[in-house]
Design a protein around this ligand. Structure first.
Ligand code: MGD
Ligand code: MGD
Ligand code: MO
Length: 794
């Protein structure tokens, strides 16, 4: 009996190469991991896709005797052609972890949790919600959700929060994740929606990755890139990242700027493209507005100037510009190195500008991937469970709000649209001040993932704040809750979700959830019933009762909008590949690329957003937008570089940045419970350059204290290819003690003890990628049982 049917994907995460050339089909390669079984022993295979990143790697779950026993990639799927990454292969084992929550918990007066029936727990939740509504009205109630539930669940939650309760305090952890992706698309194209397609990797001659460690965070998409690199006529890669990531190692040109200087660097690239005439004049005049403003702005960014700001050699930036400027099919990708850094939206928009002015949109190989991170982040946005209005409708357009009121059969005034929706950092502030007193958290672990954790713990611990946490485990956040609701997850419930290139997958229930755990959808439906929300005819507001009827309801809401799902059904999603929206009568098999003929969703009556000022985040008024862009073209928005708020100093000389490893997902609630993944990266570490380590007198394995103006944490040193002046902490490692935030050794280790309460003015995404830090050694490395000092003495 083979334990692993596919070679060890811990030692070799990307597996063997299947090279291919430009324009060819990416060859299939089926990856499988069966735990102690052979293929023939499997009772049945159940269709799904990965819930541990945004790529939607399609797979089948192996079921044996009512339990999950393994997974295999789906070779028929457009996204992965059968391949699976390390988390895809091993992560499912968390489902059957013995410490899954199996019954609701209610906090007692003495502070302890006691198990309760669903009826008791839900009665309490309903009673508290009613009490808030009576005392403070809808704005006493907040919902903080995730990028990891299913489309049907977000849509239901959105209807409950907006039309049932009527609160504007509904946001997703997608705020921390890819709020900037959405914001940048709204700035440039006046609407969300991924322009590009994963198949652009098959055609591109240049791929530029901006702050995106694709090798570790979308490992199967990276396999696609590697296969191109190993085939005939490989693309050239440009990588912009302060660390020597696996992407940087493969790059033709690697630019390693100081964190927080992206806008300066991008402005130089644009400067070079314009100076050398590498832009598409015809495309610019036919399909865009406001090019002149960009030209004027970037005039001030010759390579030497940015070289100084970013600390990157001018010649290397020129070389990157030459490659990008002469590309025939340019694919640009963007992720957290931009979204969580200084001037997030302004920087992400400059990447859009590169592709727009070069006319690199809507054709094979030429596209933009403003990436998502979480598996279902796209659906949070579409269905309006974050600050967006369902169906990419426009808050500032009364007829869009009225249209939605019609879909929901409620009065327009019942949908709060008098003020911008509340982002989560603001919701935490309201909870801190006491104006929000009921907070329902689903599928996210803010006590580890939000910035400045000591503050977050204080907020969630307050007695006057009633906190409901809906999760699989008793997380750091759940430990601060008043009621904990045990949720079913992937493999235990049915629903759909959409990846970063708009591919919709169906994920079917394979096994029963443990104990009394319930699907998130069923919990929301139960709440809606108990609250007795009604539409304007006195009928139940939420009229659906299971995943498929919720999907059908969502389809009606999406009709005629850019994210049109009307051509999809559960049946159509079964058996073959996932399908990209828009999928409707006009595009029955889905749509590979948006903006094919230089046509956008940007006309004033149709667009999702009139845009915001890149510097201040102030909303652009409808009349202004109408005047600037009456024909609905792509918008070129320029921005000057602004230094980060928190600067290094004598006391805090390093820049701390944070991020991920290939083996773990976020706060590790799943990956720490999969032995292969946990063993691959069991403890936190800190990365520093060889030069900096030497200057400080540190060696590999030393225990260091990393401090910022907030707090400090301990981590062992790994000397890596990170640039000088910057240190890196993975943010995956939480803590044991919810009082102090300390780890097993009594010291803090969560990266977010250190990060600051600050965010991008446009997208409101927190700045996880930069803090000023100081470092000292607290304990020398132990080698063969002796420290370096002991070694020196002997
Ligand atoms: N293995 C794994 N995969 C995941 C996840 C996971 O937790 N683990 N999470 C998923 C999610 S939700 C997300 S959002 C994505 C995130 O995916 P990525 O964005 O690829 O991952 P990060 O490590 O957060 O950040 C990417 C890079 O930004 C660089 N960086 C830091 N500061 C700057 C800067 O100022 N400028 C530039 N140019 N670069 C900078 C860092 O060195 C880092 O290598 O991954 C998804 N996939
Ligand atoms: N310093 C620093 N901080 C960061 C980042 C960074 O790069 N640096 N990245 C940010 C980003 S991009 C992200 S996406 C966030 C992630 O931050 P979080 O969302 O807080 O991280 P997760 O560990 O994914 O938390 C998801 C929770 O949902 C639970 N869960 C999983 N599946 C289900 C389900 O089906 N139903 C329910 N009800 N619960 C479920 C899991 O057990 C887990 O507790 O962190 C952000 N914070
Ligand atoms: Mo994310």
């Amino acid at each position: 009996m083979a334990e692993t049917s596919t070679p060890d994907r811990i030692a070799d995460p990307w597996g063997e190469r299947t090279p291919y050339g430009p324009g060819d089909e990416w060859p299939e390669r089926q990856d499988t991991f069966l735990d102690g079984l052979d293929d023939g022993d499997v009772d049945r295979w159940v269709q799904t896709a990965s819930l541990l990143h945004s790529s939607g790697d399609a797979m089948d779950i192996a079921v044996k005797s009512g339990r999950i026993a393994g997974v295999r990639g789906r070779a028929s799927d457009r996204v992965n052609k059968g391949r699976l990454g390390p988390k895809d292969l091993y992560g499912w084992q968390a489902n059957s972890s013995p410490d899954r929550l199996t019954r609701p918990l209610i906090r007692q007066d003495d502070g302890r949790f006691e198990e309760a029936s669903w009826d008791t727990a839900m009665s309490l939740v309903t009673e508290k919600a009613r009490e808030q509504l009576e005392k403070h009205g809808p704005s006493g109630i907040g919902f903080y959700t995730t990028g990891q539930l299913f489309l049907e669940e977000y849509y239901t939650l959105g209807v409950i929060a907006r039309a049932g309760i009527g609160t504007s305090h509904l946001d997703g952890n997608t705020r921390l994740c890819t709020a900037t992706a959405a914001a940048a698309l709204k700035e440039s194209f006046a609407c969300d929606g991924q322009p590009g397609s994963y198949t652009d990797v098959d055609h591109a001659d240049v791929i530029a990755l901006f702050g995106h460690n694709m090798a570790e965070t979308q490992s199967v998409l990276w396999m696609r890139v590697l296969d191109r690199l190993h085939g005939p006529n490989p693309p050239r890669l440009v990588c912009v990242d302060p660390r020597l990531t696996p992407v940087a190692k493969e790059a033709t040109v690697h630019l390693a700027p100081l964190p927080g200087t992206n806008v300066a660097l991008l402005n130089v690239l644009l400067h070079e493209i314009i100076e050398h005439g590498w832009y598409d004049d015809e495309y610019v005049s036919a399909h865009t507005v406001a090019f002149d403003e960009l030209r004027t702005t970037v005039k001030q960014y010759p390579p030497e100037r940015a070289a100084e700001i970013c600390d990157v050699p001018a010649e290397r930036i020129r070389e990157a510009a030459r490659i990008i400027g002469n590309a025939e099919r340019l694919l640009s990708t963007v992720l957290q190195g931009i979204y969580q850094s200084n001037q997030a939206t302004a920087a992400a928009v400059q990447v859009n500008n590169i592709n727009i002015i070069r006319g690199m949109l809507g054709k094979p190989g030429a596209g933009i991937l403003q990436m998502n991170g979480q598996p279902t982040a796209q659906n949070t946005r579409e269905a309006g469970a974050d600050g967006d209005l369902a169906g990419f409708r426009n808050w500032a357009n009364d007829s869009h709000v009225a249209e939605l009121a019609e879909v929901w059969n409620v009065e327009t005034r019942q949908i709060p649209h008098y003020a911008p929706p509340t982002h989560v950092m603001q919701m935490m502030r309201y909870a801190e001040e006491g104006s929000i007193q009921f907070l329902w958290i689903t599928g996210t672990n803010p006590a580890v993932s939000l910035p400045e954790l000591a503050r977050i713990r204080e907020i969630l611990r307050q007695r006057r704040l009633f906190v409901v946490v809906q999760d699989l485990f008793l997380t750091e956040t759940a430990q601060l809750a008043d009621v904990v609701l045990p949720a079913a997850t992937w493999g235990e419930k049915t629903g759909t979700f959409t990846n970063a290139d708009r591919t919709v997958h169906l994920s079917e229930k394979a096994v029963d959830p443990p104990g009394e755990a319930r699907a998130d959808l069923d919990i929301f439906l139960d709440f809606a019933r108990r609250m007795d929300f009604r539409d304007k005819d006195g009928m139940p507001l939420v009229s659906w009762s299971n995943p498929e009827s919720a999907f059908e309801a969502w389809k009606r809401c999406s009709a005629g909008r850019p994210c049109d799902y009307t051509g999809l059904t559960y049946q159509k999603l079964r058996g073959g590949s996932g399908i990209q929206w828009p999928c409707n009568e006009e595009h029955p098999e889905g749509t590979e690329r948006l903006y094919e003929n230089g046509e956008f969703f940007a006309t004033p009556d149709y667009c999702e957003s009139f845009g915001k000022d890149l510097l201040t985040g102030a909303s652009v008024e409808k009349v202004e937008y109408q005047a600037q862009n009456p024909k609905g073209r792509a918008l070129i928005r320029a921005a000057h570089y602004q230094p980060p708020h928190e600067q290094t100093s004598r006391e805090f000389p390093f820049i701390l940045t944070t991020g991920r490893t290939i083996y773990h997902f976020h706060t590790r609630t799943k990956t720490a419970r999969a032995p292969q993944l946990q063993n691959a990266a069991p403890e936190v570490w800190v990365e520093m350059s060889a030069g900096d380590a030497q200057a400080c007198g540190f060696t590999e394995g030393d225990m260091l204290e990393i401090g910022t103006p907030r707090m400090s944490v301990f981590a062992r040193l790994r000397i890596s290819g990170i640039r000088d002046g910057v240190v890196f902490l993975p943010f995956h490692y939480g803590y044991w003690d919810t009082e102090s935030g300390s780890g097993p050794d009594g010291h803090g280790r969560a990266a977010n003890e250190l990060t600051s309460t600050d965010w991008d003015p446009v997208s409101k995404q927190p700045l996880f990628k930069m803090a000023a830090a100081r470092i000292r050694r607290v304990e020398a490395a132990v080698v063969d049982g002796r420290t370096r000092e002991e070694e020196a003495v002997s």
